[in-house]
Design a protein around this ligand. Structure first.
Ligand code: KDG
Length: 310
């Protein structure tokens, strides 16, 4: 069994029960989210192990996050309860003002998760992982969280990074600068990104052209293409995995479902191409519900989807 370790903030998500501007939404549904937590749950769902290095507040939402992730089989032994800050939360506004899109509204400044720091990174724990994963969100939320990622990547056997640029957390210039700095410092085994992010980082929204550059920094580049699927680039090869048209409830978390499923199945011995096909199915099912972690399919469910829906 492969072991993944991720570093990032676990958030509580309040997802609007109805579409439209949040000022008119009266009911919200609570979910556990946060990109690296999503990756962990997807990785475990496909039969591997994952632990998350994080902090939550000493509050009900912090306990909710720990108990939920433990229930999903994630190792939460490195989630520290921080007495001096609350668990971060966010709200999801859906289908407004752009149909089929979601907007995240954060209440996370000064949160426990943003107080993640290098002292939370246990050397032995990180060295024991087959793969260490983090994202642009974690290097954006605070300097100490960024330093934690650098420390873990320094110790890691192999590294995965999802650019996941959230422009509510930093400016495009800052995102470009920090992501390029990380890419220049660490060679990645996996780089997971999309064309919105490559436009910010490289000024290039053509996936092939962007991937040509990004392959200088990573062995395997995955370009998430939303409902169009995803493209894989490695060793000079390109593989396109087509997407599916399904009813969209909420797209938040779909990229993490794709990435976590892809990585886990690759570590289980799938070819990169087949792992990507399955990852695209996981991302597709994810957009059909509210919440980031509840529709993650088993291998058998993915196979049934491929037999009956394609
Ligand atoms: O990728 C999904 C994440 O964006 C969501 O779970 C919340 O981690 C989150 C963030 O920072 O936006």
């Amino acid at each position: 069994m492969a072991k993944l370790v991720t570093l990032g903030e676990i958030l509580i998500q309040f997802n609007a029960m109805s579409p439209g501007p949040l000022r008119h939404v009266n009911y919200f549904e609570k979910h556990v989210a946060g990109s690296e937590a999503n990756y962990c749950v997807a990785f475990v769902r496909q039969g591997n192990e994952c632990g998350i290095i994080s902090r939550v507040g000493n509050d009900e939402f912090g306990y909710n996050a720990i108990e939920w992730l433990r229930g999903k089989g994630v190792d939460v032994s490195k989630v520290r309860i921080d007495d001096s800050a609350p668990t971060g939360i966010f709200f999801v506004q859906r289908h407004y003002p752009v149909p089929y899109k979601s907007d995240s509204v954060y209440y996370r400044k000064g949160s426990a998760g943003s107080r993640l720091s290098p002292e939370d990174v246990d050397e032995k724990y990180v060295k024991g992982a087959d793969l260490v994963h983090s994202s642009g969100i974690t290097i954006a939320i605070s300097d100490t969280a960024k330093e934690a990622v650098y420390k873990a990547f320094d110790l890691a056997k192999s590294r995965s990074f999802d650019t996941n640029i959230r422009l509510k957390l930093w400016s495009p210039d800052k995102a470009r600068h920090e992501i390029m700095k990380l890419l220049n410092q660490f060679h990645l085994n996996f780089l997971i990104t999309d064309t919105d992010d490559s436009k910010i980082v490289l000024g290039e929204s053509d996936p092939d052209k962007a991937a040509r550059v990004l392959q200088n920094y990573a062995d395997i580049v995955v370009m998430k293409m939303g409902s169009k699927g995803a493209i894989l680039y490695y060793e000079g090869k390109k593989y396109y995995s087509h997407g599916y048209t399904v009813p969209v409830e909420d797209v938040v978390g779909a990229g993490d479902a794709l990435g976590g499923t892809f990585l886990s199945l690759y570590f289980r011995g799938f070819t990169l191409e087949r792992a990507l096909d399955y990852g695209v199915v996981a991302g597709t099912l994810n957009v059909m519900i509210r919440g980031d972690q509840e529709n993650l399919p088993s291998i058998e469910d993915i196979q049934r989807f491929l037999r009956e829906f394609s």
